[in-house]
Design a protein around this ligand. Structure first.
Ligand SMILES: [Zn+2]
Length: 299
């Protein structure tokens, strides 16, 4: 360890960079020949209900930014749930424990409407900046908190900001969670390998390309002003779905109630669901159901 901190990366022995890379790797692909009921494509829609924790995680006290978070609860989630219900689509909501404590009724409604609630940190903390013991304690306390509020024990995790420390997978495995959805090594599910050994934990991979926040986030006090037009975001997501359908794979999407839940943007989701519904053999399911199916039926 001492060598590692004093040497520059270009001075490292091969063993050092091999060990870092080998900590968490994509292992066996988990790609079933077809999906539930002979479906051709699996659609995994997810919503990260960060709400006020986006401000709180950095110790922020901006009332304005917290009001944006509250919009996620007051307007975003209800609009999303209404749309999912009318289209008969199941989805997964990854919820920081602090969001769940602030808005317990929202989580109970999500569960009552047959969606999944998964772990998304305590207060949207950055795992790679935490002491290992704090990360473990927070991940376990988050699961307990969600279970207490929802009445269902979560079986999957999405790390906040997809930030994954060298300890994260060991904690996830220790907790007996079935899947993670924070990493990006494939388009199909795969088994996570830690230090060369299979873990049994399924990865349902994400990508920034399929995340609403990168196209719409803005910060008044920084230079962050992407503001991609909704029609362009729809076009990107549609192309991702078209290829997943062609390849008989998974179309996975990450959205945020406080980002997608606006009048001009919820259109993207509505239009996308309508478009996907127009295809034969599309299975809309929770992340847990897709991860389980992929593991059980992988060729
Ligand atoms: Zn988040």
């Amino acid at each position: 360890m001492k060598n590692e901190s004093t040497l520059q990366p270009w001075q490292w022995q091969d063993e050092q960079w091999r060990r870092l890379v080998g900590r968490v790797r994509a292992g066996r692909p988990l790609r079933p020949p077809s999906w539930q009921g002979g479906a051709r494509c699996a659609v995994a829609l997810s919503f990260d209900s960060d709400h006020d924790t986006n401000e709180l995680r950095d110790g922020g006290q901006s009332i304005g930014r917290m009001s944006q978070g509250q919009y996620g609860n007051r307007q975003g989630v209800p609009r999303i749930l209404a749309m999912l219900k009318s289209a008969n689509v199941k989805a997964t909501f990854f919820v920081p424990a602090v969001s769940a404590l602030l808005y317990p009724d929202e989580q109970r409604r999500v569960i009552a409407e047959c969606h999944e609630v998964g772990i998304h940190g305590w207060i949207h903390e950055r795992n790679s900046e935490l002491p290992a013991e704090a990360e473990r304690e927070l991940q376990m306390r988050s699961a307990d908190t969600l279970e207490k509020i929802c009445g269902v024990r979560p079986v999957g995790i999405r790390t906040p900001s997809w930030d994954f420390s060298p300890q994260t997978l060991a904690i996830t495995k220790e907790m007996g969670l079935e899947y993670d959805s924070s990493l990006m090594a494939d388009v199909d599910c795969y088994e996570l390998v830690m230090d060369g050994a299979d873990t049994g934990v399924v990865e349902l991979p994400v990508e920034w390309i399929r995340d609403d926040a990168v196209y719409f986030n803005m910060n008044r006090f920084a230079a962050l002003r992407p503001y991609t037009p909704p029609a362009d975001v729809y076009d990107i997501f549609k192309r991702e779905f078209d290829a997943a359908y062609r390849e008989r794979g998974i179309f996975q999407l990450t959205m945020h109630p406080h980002v997608i839940g606006y009048r001009s943007r919820i259109w993207i989701l509505e239009e996308l669901i309508r478009y996907m519904r127009g295809h034969e053999g599309v299975w809309f399911a929770t992340h847990a159901d897709i991860a389980r199916y992929a593991k059980a039926h992988a060729g």
